[in-house]
Structures are given as C-alpha cells and as structure tokens.
Design a protein around this ligand. Sequence first.
Ligand code: DPP
Ligand code: ZN
Length: 873
Amino acid sequence: PRAIYLKDYQAPDYWIDTTDLTFDLFEDHALVTSVLGVRRNEDHGEDTPELTLVGIDLELVSVCVDDTELTPAQYIQGSESLTVPVASQAFSLTVVTRIRPQENTSLEGLYKSNGMFCTQCEAEGFRKITYYLDRPDVMSKFTTKVIADKGRYPVLLSNGNDIARGEFDGGRHWVTWEDPFKKPSYLFALVGGDLEVVEDTFTTMSGKEVALRIFTESHNIDKCDHAMVSLKKSMKWDEEVYGREYDLDIFMIVAVDHFNMGAMENKGLNIFNSSCVLASPDTATDASYQRVEAIVAHEYFHNWSGNRVTCRDWFQLSLKEGFTVFRDAEFSADMNSRGVKRIEDATVMKTAQFAEDAGPMAHPIRPQSFIEISNFYTLTVYEKGCEVVRMIQTIVGKDNFRKGSDLYFDRHDGEAATCEDFVKAMEDASGVDLSQFRNWYNQAGTPVITVTDHFNPSSRQYSLTIGQSCPATPGQDSKLPFHIPVAIALLDQKGQALPLNEVGETEQVLQVTAANETWTFDGLTEKPLPSILRNFSAPVRVNYDYRREDLVFLMKYDSDGYNRWDAGQRLATEVIQDLVKGLLKGEEAEIDSKLIEAFGVVLADEQLDKAVKTEMLRLPTEASLAEQAEEIHPLQICEARSRVRKAIAVAHKNQIQALYQTLEQKGDYSPEATEIAERTLRNTCLGYLSELEDDSQQQLAVDQYRSAGNMTDLRAAMSAVINSSYQSQETIDALLNDFLDRYKNDSVVMDSWFMMQSASPSLGTLEHVKSLLEHASFDSTSPNKLRALLGGFASGNMKQFHSGSGEGYEFLADWIITLDKQNPQTASRLMTPLTRWKKYEPVCREHMRKALERIKAVPDLSTDIYEVVTKSL
Ligand code: DPP
Ligand code: ZN
C-alpha cells in the first residue's frame, strides 16, 4: 500500500457527463450495465490515448465503445482497473459487470442487509459496483433502472425522481430513477426491499411541496415519527438560518441494520444506520432521540454543504463535514439547550479529539496524505473541522459569516470545491484577512495557550500575556503560530464581570496571532480573576495557574456556562490526579474537601438550569482523565475516580435523595428539552445514590427499573444496578433477563444490552464479554453489535480492558485480524484504543505494543489496518 498526496492532485483526463445504470438483481448475483457518456478533459493539452477506470471485485462481462464490442485483446483488465482505448473526444462506454452483493461483507458498494439490497458508496464504494472514475471531481447526471423480483423487493429506490416503472413476465418489476443534479459517484444510492413507508410533506419557502418518505422494515414502522419531525424542523431551519431550500420533489430516508457509519447523504435518498433513525419512548433514550434529530439534520444539511457543492478530492473532506457538523451543532443548539450542547461538544473535543491529535494518526483537518481515506472520517476532520468553522464565525462575525456562506454556495453551486474556496468566500464577504487562520487547515496537533497575568495597583493596570505553542505531530516537527480567537472576561471579587471597554462590554475576543503577546486593561481597582476561552472559543488547551479556590469561585460566579462547568472539571481532575499519585505511591491520599463542598453548592443551587446542573455534577470521564495524564495508569484512574464519586454520594446523600424525589416523573414521555433535563438530572442522582452501601438506596434503582415508563429511565436504572458493587448477582441477572425478554427482537435496543454489560467495570470482564459473543442475539456481521460489544469493552471499559496481563489486548487483536478479512472499515475503527499505547504505563504499553506487532505480522492486511498499524508502531 502507498500513500497519496494532496500536492499531487490533478484534474481527471476524462469527464463522465452522463451515467446510465441498469441493475438486474438476483438471489446470487447482480448484473450491472453501465453506459457512460465520456468526454476528454480539454484542459489537458496532450491527448491521452486511453481511459483507465477503477473497479474492485467485479466480474467483467463485456465492454463496448460506442456501438462496438471490444475483444479482450482490445482492453486491459488490471486487478483493480479497466483500461480502454480512446479514439475520439467524446464517446459512449458500455460496461457490463457481475457482482455478488450477497457475499459483500465489507458493507461498501452494493450489499445485502437483512434481505434487503442497499448501498454505501462514500468514499470509494462505487468502484465495487462498476468500473468508474470513482473520484468526487467527476460529476455526472445519473439515471438508474432497478429490476428485481416484485414479491421479495416491492420497493426499488435510487436517487432523484422515479420517472417510469413496469413489470416483466415471471414476477419481476422495474423502476427507473432520474437525478437531475450532477453528482459524484459517492452520492449514488440504490435500495431494493420489502419495506414500509411513513409519508409526509414539506412546503418549501418558495411554495413547492416536497414528498417526504421514511422506509423501514415493517416491524419498525412505528418508530419513524421522531425522524420525520426532525426532518421537517431541519428543512425549515436551513431555510431560515442559511436561506437554503430543498431542490427535488422527493426526499427519502431508508433505515438499514448493517451499516458501517451513522448515515449517508446520498442525493434525495439518505441511507441511515437504523440506530440513527428509529426512536420510540419505549426503545430510545433521550440521548438517542437527540442523536436521531442531529443526524437527520446533518444528512439533510449535506444537500447543500456536500451535494450541491461537493469536494474536489478527499483531502477536502472537512469542507463538507466540518461545515455540516457546524450546521447541525447550531441546529441542535437552537432546538435544545444551547449551553449543554456546547459542553457536550467541547467534551468530545477535549477527550477524544485531543487524544487523536496527540496520537500516531494525528492529521490536520485537511490531511496532506493518506493511504486509506476511510481512516480519515475522524473526529479531527468532523469535530475539529466544525470548531475551525466556528472560529471563522467568531472572527468575521455572524452577519459576515452568513454573507460568506451565501457567497460560497452561490460561487460554487454544482462544483467540486476546496477548503480554500470556503475560506476565500468568507474572506471576500467579510473583508477580514484569514491568511494566518489558514494554518488550522495545514497543521495538526492541539495548540496550547499559556496565560500569565500581572496587576499593578499603582497604575491600576492589569495585563494578560498569552503565549502559544503546538506540540510536534508525525511529519510536523515545528508549527507556525495559529490565529486563535480567545474569548475572555475579568471577574471582580464579587464575581461580577468587569466592563472591558467604553461601551461596557464585559466579554472580549482577543485575536491571538503571535507566539507571545500582552494585552493591558486600564482602570482596575483590584486584581481580577480571568475567565479564559469562554464558550470554548477555540480548540486549544489552556494553561493558567488557577488556585483551587479560584476554580470554586468560577464554578459559582462565571456567567459563561461553559467556563463555569470547565472550572468544576479542572478542579475534579486535579483532585483525582492527586489520588492517582497517592495510589501509585501506596499512600492513602485525602480527597480535597473543596471539591466535595463545591459539588454541594451545585446541588443546592436552585437558580441553576437543570441541564447545566447535571453537566456540573458529572465527574470528568476516565477517558478525559487519561487524556490529561502524563502517563496513563488505567486502574488507578478508575479507582481514584470511583472513590471521589462515592465520597460525593456519602457527603451529600440527603440532598441527592431529595433532588431525586422532587424530580419524580409524571405523564407521558416527550423528548422536549426541559423534560430531558429533568430526567437526566434525576438519573444522575440515581447514579450517585447507587454508590451507597445501603439496601434502601440499592432498592431505588431496582424500583425505578420496575416502574420505568420510558427507555431513558429503564436504562439508567439498569446501568445503576449492573455497575453497582452492592447488588447481588441474582438481582443483576433478573434484570438482564427481563430486559432481554422484552427487547430480544429489537436489534437497536439489543445493542445497548450488550454495551451496558461490556462497558460495565464490574460485570464486563473479559470472560463475560467472551460469553456474550456466543449469545443468540450477537451477530458478528453487524457493525453495531461489534461496536457495542468489542467497542464497549475496549473503549468504554478502562478497568477491565486494561486489567490482567494483556489478555484484553490479545482478545481485541484476534478480533481485528478476523474482521479485517470481513469488514476492514469496522476493524480499523475498533483498533483505536490500541494505537494510544505509547501513553500507557510500561506494563500495559508493552502488552499493547505486542498486540499491534501481531496484527502487523498478518499477511495481506487491508489498507485500512495496514495504515493504522504501521503508523502506530
Ligand atoms: N458523509 C457521511 C456523513 O458524515 C459519512 N458517513 O454524514
Ligand atoms: Zn457528514
């Protein structure tokens, strides 16, 4: 396998103006006839005498140029290519291939999931369907005829509008779809199955009625309402906030069980992982409801940011993903609690994305090279990409940002664009120079800002000095300074934010561009406490020497919800780190009472928004503590965190109990933000109470399980029970069996049944995880099940995955080796926890390295695994 480089990009030698496809679907194969209208790229001076298309796992049946069939001597069939001679500027190329969707376990290209045909073509799945120029700058008008048995596959779908249909003798029928918009092949989709549909309509801002259809297997048809409501909200929001109107007469979503990703924005025919579309009060938690809403929106928003304006090449992936994540994040913030959404997104950045930036696969949001593009659907491209777009908005201002996005869509509609085009549009619309800002697109790694301050009582001046640096990442030893917008406020001793300018604004965005720079504020009577990086205004780490009492003060008084929460997280992290140090020395370190007291203040604060309160009551996750550790001692981290949790529960038992009781559930379930906030807070209380060795507290969770009226409360109770060290095995088994009885036929819910167990520090031992692999509901061809069980264990269960002497790593390595033959994308993603080996303490480190070496030694690795394992070692 070889790397490809952004700097080597060249436009294609040929364009494909039209693509006419016919799919003849059978039980053991499919016949694909592709008629391409090919045209030479005139800009390429020299005539290219031949055309090379890519294709993988295709059985070639015939090749015709214009009306003449070629003999095998006239074309060259490579292992992954087809080269045909070219005699004219424009010609038609007809290629017939046979493929085997039934045997396609990679879930890329055309495959079968639960008896239904479906596709996934991003990034390079189309080459598993037919020979093509499978690259995003080749945009074509697609017409697709699908032919299949009518009894088994009454529903036949593809992109665009259905323009004709009919029947053949022998029970077969056909439907022809035409997509009037040019698109790259990664946006192609096809579905054939026995599906039911939920229908609705949306009237766009110009008065056009759009038919909305969500398709699922019949037993799930009652779980589509939330997705439909979310879709309509998204369509409205994109009109109001971005002026973007939908452009086809029909918009379809299909839910499939076997899917490598969350969902896919194919033009007019989004295909979704069932887990990201289905929801009902009885089967989906609040978090799933919000996830469905966000992903429906994300894929819908791609219709403009991704489809109408697509990417020139895969190095530009963040052009569509970063921007679209930003759009969906703002949508979710508008629909739900803005403050909590910001905390959630910052948490993902600071735990998982910062870890990626610090690991062997670190890359800029626009990578400069890759071996396998599937490995770059990362938190960096998506979430950091979103933060980069957010910083542009902060720097140019909201109004200019909207002008910039209008200009971008206007300039590049129907084109394959670059990240540079996006930045240029923002620059042109705002008049703000973003030259230095572009470093965010070129440089990997998480910048660190170091803040020091000084107060001079005689001149009444306060100065803040901000230095920036960025650690080396693979291939990038030194970095240029970034342009970082750092939002700050200065708090006086009463916790009031001081006015920072003549108009009395109390927050200012400092444009940090130099390696080191000082800002001075005049007319202060006392030394203020700085609130730095408010609302997480940039994806950076902040070093400032806060005293613990300062953090407690910020937790109480900072008017910025994010920083208020972050102060608590910093305090808790420091306290837990002290404990970890003590455990390593074999000492009994005391838990700093400041933290326990601060949590008491949060609990007692009745003014605090419930959603924010819940976030403030959460301790930093184990993953977050690991990310911030110099060297990761997984077992000590788990132990220390668990002790702090217990101490909080013991100290504030009465208050937590009272809060739990006042939040008693009433009425029917609704996924409305205020109700979600109450449930989440109540279940957070339940979690703390379950830390107590007290029968009546332990009974609470069991009672809640028995009386729960929705999946959120049911799952919270179940987790509390199985994660408790004081519950009997009988009780745990009884609940697990009850859950199984109720939900064994619901695949999405069963994912959570597996995940709760594999991620449980007490229950989820390696032995138990192995036994679950044998369970009748486990399915090793389902990425969701693999993520639930293997991902839950390796990424979600620090204590058990890292205990013993490397057996957990060996187990994961065995699975990766097996899965690599079956589904390389899913295998590659499951490998992430092992790639962080260098940060672990020596014993874990050595075992993890060995597991990676063993994977590396396997012959014929996929490009996916090859790239990750070689870069990691
Ligand atoms: N383009 C897809 C998405 O992120 C990839 N799964 O929406
Ligand atoms: Zn996307």
